[in-house]
Structure formats: C-alpha cells, structure tokens
Design a protein around this ligand. Structure first.
Ligand SMILES: [Fe+2]
Length: 143
C-alpha cells in the first residue's frame, strides 16, 4: 500500500448544498485517514480514535440531514431515518467489535460502500428535494 487515496472526492459529486458537501468531503477524508493508518500498520492507538471520529461524524451528518428533512417537510423522512439507524448500527458493530487491523480493513470496505450506495443513492433523492427549498437551504450555509 502506498500513499494513494482509498476514495477520491470528485467535485462532480457535489450537491451544491455547502453544509452537505463539506460533510461529505470530511467523511472522505476520514476514510482516507483510516486507509493511511492501516497502510502504515498503525495499532489501536491510531485506529480507534479515527473510528470514534467516524462514528461521531456520522451521527452529526445524519442529524444534519434529518433536521433539514424535518424543516422542509421531506415525505421520506421516516424511511431515510431508518436507513441511517441501520447504517449506524452496522458501522458501530464493525468499528467496535473488530477494532483490529483486519477489522479496520473491513470497516474501510463498509465505509466506502456506504459512501457509494447511500450518499450517491438515497441522499441524491433528498438533495433533489432540497433544491426546491433554496431559500431555506441557503440559511444553513453560514452562521
Ligand atoms: Fe442520508
């Protein structure tokens, strides 16, 4: 393993909603950080904090999306929330029950699949909905 990235952020995947795009980029960065540490054979003292950060960041990301859905009257909110809960349960199981280098590789695969499927799939529907609420979304862009 060299210093290559595990996932490359592609600006074509940007939603145009700054808060969401920033969170996506951060998640890509964390996945790549995990990849670097695995490649350097780093132990638990490096892997565990990154995994904890991934978990906490996922919570933040889901909460952000769900609040936006609630405030814009997104009809698939309950369905989407259930997907988030399932993702979080699966992520926690992988991140904490397998906090070993092998487990970290499994976590890496899970996270990248999550990125590809959920963020490029279900989240795209939500983004389409957000575009119909431009004024509201703009209020989220900066303090
Ligand atoms: Fe989502």
């Amino acid at each position: 393993m060299d210093n290559a990235l595990y996932i490359v952020w592609d600006e074509d995947e940007a939603t145009g909603i700054p808060v969401i795009d920033e969170q996506y980029r951060s998640m890509v960065s964390m996945i790549n950080t995990l990849y670097y540490f695995i490649g350097q054979d780093r132990g638990d003292e490096f892997l565990k904090p990154v995994m904890k950060m991934v978990e906490q960041f996922a919570l933040l990301h889901f909460a952000t999306q769900e609040e936006m859905m609630l405030q814009t009257g997104y009809e698939q909110l309950d369905e989407h929330r259930k997907m988030h809960q399932t993702l979080l349960e699966n992520a926690r199981q992988i991140l904490y029950e397998q906090a070993t280098p092998e487990g970290a590789i499994r976590a890496l695969r899970f996270l990248s699949q999550w990125w590809r499927k959920h963020m490029n799939g279900e989240d795209k529907k939500f983004v389409e909905h957000c575009r119909k609420h431009g004024e509201f979304i703009n209020a989220w862009n900066a303090v």
